[in-house]
Design a binder for this molecule. Structure first.
Ligand code: ASP
Length: 363
């Protein structure tokens, strides 16, 4: 589909494999490289590719080095140029791209223009690169759906994912990303298809978005494992930590026969630490009512993050604590859908109903 007018896109190049060169010490980002390679390729000058400018960050980063300060730099760059462009393409390393996608979704609001993130598994100069497809299709999506695609999304391989739902699932394949608990927002086959019903429409459009800073809060994520001792858990929950994403077994379960483990959770909750249960499995929701082992978590003050990814839950905790909410309000808002990051329990109830019936049949 051809763009209605001539959208202008700002590419914010932050680093990542896409523009890296091989050195004796491994792959490192190289300044000026991505832009030069794009300019040299005729595909980027095709008539349907929207006009773009590249703003290169200094320093370029392997995204493993990114911190919330870098999220803020990206968000501020978008806000500063918001009126001058119709869409923004954040070119980013794949390792922490899903964290940045979630963080930008919370930080930049309301967004009546598209912010897309993309990157590559193989640098643009290599013969088998996936960078050209990812960059080109991102630009084409931004052009073709200008004015209709809003909010933060991530395009990779042949899928457009919602920013708060996406996670890196494969370190090797070109299909490196998925949004396991939410359908793809778009697909790039012979046609570029975007399901606009899956794109959140901002309630207050046509405004430069506010930028909420992130990173001042002390939050963390921790994965439960068999044999975890209460002393280790106590360290994870010790001051100054304010919020913890607890990756629980299955549908939100943890040992309920270990008094010291449950006491560590209860003591932290009483001190105001917000503990959010998310499921370790890629698909599914944390339902703290399903098993006794989940109920024990709820009794210890842990709240459900439902089907949020760890990335979204972590970004949400940073965001909520930034606004000086008391812990009770953070707990309430964690369970509230703010940026399409979770499926409310009433919407998953039919599926859980089936699970319960099946379990009942086994007894
Ligand atoms: N380590 C790289 C990065 O995240 C990986 C990549 O871009 O694919 O910056």
């Amino acid at each position: 589909m051809a763009p209605q007018s001539s959208p202008r896109i700002l590419i914010l190049y932050t680093g990542g494999t896409i523009g890296m060169v091989e050195t004796d010490g491994g792959y490192v980002p190289a300044s000026g490289r991505l832009q030069a390679l794009m300019e040299a390729r005729p595909a980027f000058r095709a008539a349907d590719v929207p006009a773009y400018e590249v703003h290169e960050f200094d320093p370029l980063l392997d995204s493993a080095n990114m911190t919330p300060d870098d999220w803020l730099t990206i968000a501020e760059a978008i806000r500063a140029q918001y009126d001058a462009y119709d869409g923004f393409l954040v070119v980013h390393g794949t390792d922490t791209m899903a964290f940045t996608a979630s963080a930008l979704s919370f930080m930049l609001h309301p967004l009546d223009k598209p912010v897309l993130l993309t990157g590559a598994q193989i640098p643009l100069q290599a013969s088998r690169t996936d960078a050209q497809e990812n960059l080109l299709t991102s630009l084409l999506l931004l052009g073709a759906f200008s004015g209709r695609l809003t909010g933060v999304h991530l395009f990779f391989c042949d899928r457009l994912h919602r920013g708060t739902r996406v996670t890196k699932v494969n370190a090797d394949s070109f299909a490196a990303f998925d949004s396991p608990n939410f359908p793809a927002v778009g697909t790039a086959g012979i046609h570029l298809d975007v399901d606009l019903d899956r794109v959140a429409t901002p309630q207050r459009p046509s405004r430069t978005p506010a930028v909420v800073e992130m990173g001042a809060a002390t939050v963390s994520a921790f994965r439960l494992f068999p044999g975890l001792d209460a002393a280790t858990l106590k360290n994870v929950l010790a001051p100054p930590v304010q919020g913890v994403v607890l990756e629980c077994f299955g549908a939100g379960n943890a040992p309920d026969q270990d008094e010291a483990f449950l006491k560590a959770l209860r003591d932290a909750t009483d001190r105001g630490v917000v503990i959010v249960a998310v499921p370790q499995p890629l698909r599914g929701t944390a339902d703290l009512d399903l098993y006794a082992t989940g109920k024990a978590l709820a009794d210890a003050g842990v709240v459900s993050g439902y089907d949020m990814t760890t990335e979204a839950a972590l970004a949400k905790l940073y965001y909520l604590f930034e606004q000086d909410h008391p812990p009770e309000e953070v707990r309430r808002l964690v369970q509230t859908n703010l940026r399409g990051e979770l499926t409310p329990p009433d919407e998953v109830a039919p599926a859980l109903g089936r699970t319960r019936r099946r379990l009942a049949g086994y007894r």
